[in-house]
Design a protein around this ligand. Sequence first.
Ligand SMILES: Nc1ncnc2c1ncn2[C@@H]1O[C@H](COP(=O)(O)OP(=O)(O)OP(=O)(O)O)[C@@H](O)[C@H]1O
Ligand SMILES: [Mg+2]
Length: 516
Amino acid sequence: MPRWFNVAGPCRPDLHYMLPAMARLPDVLRLITQQNYFVLHAPRQTGKTTAMLSLAQALTASGEWNAVLLSMEVGAPFSADPGAAETAILAEWHLMARWQLPAELAPPPWPHANPGAQLSAALSMWAAQSPRPLVLFLDEIDALQDAALLSVLRQLRSGYARRPTAFPHALALIGLRDVRDYKVASGGSERLTTASPFNIKAESLTLQDFTPAEVAALYAQHTADTGQVFTPAAVAHAFELTQGQPWLVNALARQAVEVIAPDPAQPIDYLQLEAAKAVLIQRQDTHLDSLAERLREPRVRALIEPILAGTVPTELPVDDVQFVQDLGLVRLDPHAGLVIANPIYSAIIARSLTTTTRAFFPALLPTWLDMQGRLDATRLREALLRFWRQHGQPLLGTTAYHEIAPHLVLMAFLDRVANGGGRVERELAVGRGRLDLRLEYGEVVLPIEVKVWRDGTPDPLRDGVNQFDQYLQGLGVITGWLVIFDQRRGQPPIAERTTTEEVTAPSGRLVLVIRA
Ligand SMILES: Nc1ncnc2c1ncn2[C@@H]1O[C@H](COP(=O)(O)OP(=O)(O)OP(=O)(O)O)[C@@H](O)[C@H]1O
Ligand SMILES: [Mg+2]
């Protein structure tokens, strides 16, 4: 039976197409042999559990180690009650270990101990009785917080000296964040004036997203199993859309081969992937949905807002920026600075932030199409102005991201236009001083640059036209729209201040300036 692209939980080599998981962790064997305690951290859905589970299985199968992957997750509800967290965790560990290990390696019944010392007692006894060096990978460490997290980390630190005879030989904590950050996550620095409670860690490892070659290798497994080809253009486009994010790489291919082109005789090309992307964005599966949930957190918003507007954020705490990077929502691009991690996340973010906006959208007839169903930029301009004057003001109140409410309403409008057979591309990066959008509909490509006029700054018109002129040149397009949102205090209502004018840019290109 052919395997399939996995989008739900860790991969299994017998069922799923997958890249060799342990090869993603080149240094790890040395760390284990040398009795280290270490951290593996990477954003959600990057393959942490898959890699560490494969590693544990391989180590145990080698006959030399007693290695197992256990989870902290069931401790999550007990952040204020370390004893209860331990009890829940230990019960779960017993089940997980018995499922993964042969009987002679499984843990003994846990000894009795006082709350706050149960974990330590259990690990001491297990390590002492285990016929082989005990190696533990503790997954979902982020599930623990506050007192429960501190208690666990302190027990590990104090048992560390007893290894390998009376505590695990090697141990890894697996989660989204590096351990230095747990200090913050566990309730601030007052109670932790000492060093980090996990200062025994030897190293922090992370997992990289897939490279273009790895995406090609994964997709080639499907071709080998079924005969269905991914064209080179499709593979390149998949990388472009996902930037190698492991779950997205799988999810995109799965939509393409199971929904868009279920007949293996049909090759997967650029267009099939575009269609697959649209379905993914529309469906917003669990992983994408839980990322979207994060947008409500103030520290996430504090960074996403300036990225969407292209402005420079004012004094963000370094920890908050790191947090949003650790979530996997943004990445540091060597050229563009902080950007949304990949185009699919960008689309999901823009869509999630306008869920309410779209719910209050007026019914819009596609008056921007001509008799042949082609997009007519002049009609679109009229439709936008009408929409903006009539509905702009109330719709601005429908998003929690006030600073960029006009940007979001405009994007929602363009998404509505694209709905019938086009798409909207966004270039989102912090500090560019603008937002660049591109509406593509059939043959028509309409670049749109958005700038904001704030109190105490000059009219962004001149800078805007010059920048936009270069952008248009780069795209090889002769005209586009420059939208200037006037956010200075004391402006007349939108209906009165929305105007248009045509400006000739230095290169001779015509720019339609919309002030709103
Ligand atoms: N070795 C691999 N080869 C191909 N795809 C993989 C591989 N590892 C992970 N993936 C993809 O990533 C997804 C998530 O894998 P996994 O559950 O191991 O990640 P995780 O980092 O533990 O996620 P979470 O943070 O949610 O616990 C899989 O469903 C699969 O789509
Ligand atoms: Mg996991």
